[in-house]
Design a protein around this ligand. Structure first.
Ligand code: GLY
Length: 390
């Protein structure tokens, strides 16, 4: 990733700016909640239902360590910083919204199911260990001891005791409730018709026929972020949808087949407290194609069944599609851009749930104090236009 070539102070900081947030996913809602608690007047608009983009579709893994792959080193400090915020964030949110996001802390395993998987998983382990991440290698016998319903013959696994999960749908509901309790006006099914600006400065948004004035507009529209009418060409974030198909089967909540999050090549399994087992996910360049495909669902179920044969007898409860908001370098876009008063919080790709607390904290700091914490500054939009920003 190119380093940003300038630090921009985007707008004069007023003590309690009015803020319009475009996007009622976990990123937009968490920013709105944080700002409202600081005394700002905040409105959130979404073209669809609250959480109806990537948020409700997400697996909810907080996998700062085991999802780190070569080429993603720059993201690790941000991901780890957010991971560290999660316990406090979950507790605060539970208290403020009355809905427990169900942070589960059993940890995550990446299993090598076959001899062929072993080389790849060992390579990942060595890479993650080399980054100083808290991963350990478990022999196959130990993996089966911890998760007895996994298939026999497992060659070993990466285990991370700091990579956890939350229930993403409960997180959405909790954030929505916390926002409402904090006085945020949340409008769902209300597309923003236009971003308004004059002389290089944002003045608000138009919703329907109504101009809503705001000192600051936060663009948190996930995979739809580049389509907001009124964005300038230079200010259009290079974010595209990356489709994921997912499924859920129903285990017994009292006697679940799995307690850890388990990755197996091509598939992951996330056991929820209520007995749902989430199975994800395909990764497809298919635009906003909302269709489930036979091949996609078959790949999910086969991958899950090979790792956890007992799922064959479980009811298939739900299948769905989500769209990861993905920038050219798979990293989020955080901070300012060419228009004063327009703040970006988008492009979180596979990591939106994980990065929610640090994004809320960083964007609130930018809006209230004029700058983000250092861990967030490498992710400015200007990295895609280094010459222009210089
Ligand atoms: N973070 C998991 C996924 O994007 O499928």
């Amino acid at each position: 990733m190119d380093a940003p070539t300038s630090a921009i102070r985007p707008f004069s900081v007023s003590s309690h700016p009015s803020v319009a947030v475009v996007g009622a996913g976990v990123i937009g809602l968490s920013i709105a909640w944080t700002l409202a608690r600081a005394g700002c007047r905040v409105s959130v608009f979404d073209r669809g239902p609250v959480g109806g983009g990537a948020s409700n579709a997400a697996g909810g893994m907080l996998a700062a360590c085991v999802e780190s792959e070569p080429g993603e080193e720059a993201l690790v400090p941000l991901a780890r910083a957010s991971q560290a915020l999660w316990p406090g964030f979950a507790a605060d949110l539970h208290a403020a919204g009355g809905i427990d996001p169900e942070l589960r802390t059993e940890g995550t395993m990446v299993i090598a199911r076959t001899a062929d998987d072993l080389g790849r998983v060992r390579f990942l382990y060595d890479f993650q260990k080399g980054l100083g991440l808290p991963v350990e290698w478990l022999p196959g016998s130990e993996v089966r001891h911890r998760e007895p319903f996994l298939a026999p013959g497992i060659g070993g696994a990466i285990f991370c005791h700091e990579d956890h999960q939350v229930d993403s749908r409960r997180l959405v509901a909790g954030l929505h409730s916390a926002c409402v309790n904090a006085g945020v006006m949340v409008s769902a099914g209300v597309p923003v018709a236009r971003l308004n600006h004059t002389d290089g400065r944002v003045t608000g948004v138009t919703v329907g026929d109504t101009a809503v004035t705001a000192d600051v507009v936060v663009l948190a529209a996930g995979a739809w972020s580049r389509d907001l009418p009124g964005l300038t060409d230079a200010g259009r974030p290079p974010v595209r949808p990356v489709k994921g198909q997912m499924a859920a089967v129903r285990m017994s909540a009292a006697a679940p087949l799995l307690s850890h999050v388990v990755w197996t090549p091509g598939t992951y399994l996330i056991p929820r407290r209520d007995g749902r087992l989430i199975i994800g996910a395909t990764t497809e360049e298919a635009g906003f194609d909302e269709r489930l495909t036979a091949g996609g669902v078959m790949a999910l179920l086969e991958g899950a069944w090979r790792a956890l044969p007992g799922i064959a007898d479980l009811p298939l409860e739900e299948t769905w599609v989500g769209f990861r908001p993905t920038a050219r370098d798979d990293a989020p876009i955080l901070g300012t851009g060419p228009l004063d008063g327009l703040v970006y919080a988008t492009g979180h790709h596979r990591n939106g749930i994980l990065l929610t607390p640090i994004t809320a904290q960083a964007i609130a700091a930018l809006i209230l104090e004029g700058e983000m914490p250092a861990v967030a500054t490498p992710f400015a939009l200007s990295r895609f236009h280094p010459a222009r920003a210089a």
